[in-house]
Design a protein around this ligand. Structure first.
Ligand SMILES: [Zn+2]
Length: 491
């Protein structure tokens, strides 16, 4: 047995590590790592369990540049347990094992157990029964607020978000007699508002390098394909909204990578508890390949992340994106397994893996929020987006839109009209500057047309009065009149 066995190893892979055991293990690792490690508490889960980050870094020498990498495991709790178990082993290898030389090129922020309640409840959700990886627009849960805050606090250049996915979905594709047959999938933050330099480097350089590194180790690897629930669906890559951690972190400026490895059917018989030994081995192989690639690429990644434009080119930000049919190769063949005999069968799907940007928004200089200010002050504070409460009436140029026809299922709005007016903003209104740091995120949250808008959630949708000018107004770049206080807040 290795020095400092993880709880999973200690139990010989016969049950998952508990959140209490993980916290104790991280404390032991921090002690064993001496000056190279420290444990920080990011916050608490909905049920009050601690959320920890283990920081691993060699003391800095003058002028030395190191890439900071954040590795997040098991956002989906015990349902996707392997990421956390693999990260505990990886942290050990970095601190006291054979990966110590990584500390020459990298600094680590390990967040292995991102959803401690889910692990204890044998669930993918947190203690409030929320899927935290859909909550990064609202930040309504303590876990999501803590993870979002960790991205801002540690400013990692690279993030790996580790997930698992069931190969047998009994209620969807399984009903058609199939299960999926992927071994490892990777994707980048995909929101269309992510800085183009990050997107281009991620898709054209980092992703191919990752896939090649994993394939060289004998695991079939591919770019992530969104869950296949039917043999008649089009094939796309992953979700595009800021609801997901990887997209939100990408909008914050980090090069963010999704890792997903498969889980076998729950009712199978395996040499370890739900085949966790094999699942951890897959995650470990992918994570180590990831570290090898980013170490090799560290100088380039630092440059790409540092120079990624904060403000969009032409000051126009695509609010939305859709996956459209790839006309150059309209079909894709994917091998599925037949449930009855487990044999592979090639199935042809429509290929919709081309991203089309939609709804470019000329970036305003600021937003002015004239009603429901307490609700929005709280939202902006959760996202750590700066704003000022006007203390006197202020004249300014405003652009206001009207909306109607909310579809509560799709969460979509129809825009009907835009007006440009000179108005006096009342005291108490919120003045929210669009700064170089907030430019890629703020409009996505505030514009009702955006896929990531808060107005897609009922709690906010009901604040919007149909056909009336929206109380979240833009102060355009070419405004004739600007509030004085905006100059103090300017980017
Ligand atoms: Zn997941």
């Amino acid at each position: 047995m290795t020095e400092l066995p993880t709880p999973l190893e200690h139990h010989q892979y016969q049950r998952y590590s508990s959140s209490g055991e993980i916290a104790a293990y991280l404390t032991a690792l921090a002690t064993a790592g001496g000056p190279y490690a420290r444990l920080e508490r990011l916050g608490n889960s909905a049920h009050g369990r601690p959320l920890h980050a283990l920081i691993c870094a060699a003391p800095r020498r003058a002028g030395q540049l190191r890439l900071r990498v954040m590795l997040v495991g098991s956002q989906h709790g015990a349902s996707e347990a392997a990421g956390c178990e693999a990260l505990l082993m990886l942290a050990r290898a970095v601190l006291i094992g054979e990966l110590q030389e990584c500390l020459d090129a990298l600094e680590f922020v390990f967040i292995p157990n991102a959803n401690p309640d889910g692990r204890e409840q044998d669930s993918s959700r947190n203690g409030n029964d929320v899927n935290i990886n859909r909550d990064f627009v609202l930040l309504s849960q303590p876990e999501t607020a803590a993870l979002d805050d960790a991205v801002l606090r540690y400013e990692p250049e690279v993030i790996l978000d580790a997930h698992e996915s069931a190969s047998l979905k009994t209620r969807t594709l399984g009903r058609e007699g199939y299960l999926t047959d992927f071994e490892a999938q990777f994707d980048m933050a995909a929101s269309p508002a992510v800085a183009p330099a990050l997107r281009e480097y991620g898709e054209h350089d980092l992703l191919p390098a990752l896939l090649a590194a994993v394939q060289a180790q004998g695991l079939r690897a591919q770019r992530y394909i969104r869950e296949i629930t039917s043999t008649r669906q089009p094939i796309t890559h992953g979700g595009l909204t800021a609801r997901k951690f990887r997209n939100k972190a990408g909008l914050r400026g980090a090069l963010t990578v999704l890792l997903e490895t498969p889980m076998e059917p729950k009712d199978g018989s395996y040499p370890s508890h739900r085949n966790i030994a094999e699942r951890v081995a897959r995650q470990t192989l992918c994570m180590r390949a990831f570290l090898t690639v980013i170490s090799r690429e560290s100088a380039r990644i630092s440059r790409v992340v540092a120079t990624a434009e904060r403000l969009p080119r032409d000051n126009a930000l695509p609010l939305n994106g859709v996956w459209v049919r790839n006309l150059a190769s309209p079909e894709v063949v994917i091998e599925l397994r037949r449930r009855e005999d487990y044999l592979r069968e090639a199935v042809t799907f429509e290929d919709w893996r081309r991203l089309e940007m939609r709804d470019p928004l000329p970036l305003p200089r600021a937003y002015l929020i004239t009603a429901h200010t307490a609700v929005f002050a709280s939202l902006l504070s959760r996202h750590q987006l700066p704003f000022k409460i006007l203390d006197e009436a202020t004249g300014c140029t405003l652009e206001q839109e009207c909306y109607q026809g909310f579809d509560p299922v799709e969460g979509t709005w129809d825009g009907v009209d835009t007006q440009r007016i000179h108005a006096r903003a009342a005291p108490g209104s919120l003045l929210v500057p669009v700064t170089s740091r907030s430019a890629r995120l703020l409009p996505l949250l505030l514009e009702p047309r955006s896929q990531s808008s808060v107005f897609r959630y009922l709690a906010y949708a009901r604040l919007l009065e149909e056909r009336a000018p929206l109380f979240v107004a833009r102060i355009p770049r070419d405004a004739e009149r600007l509030p004085d206080s905006l100059r103090q807040l300017a980017p």
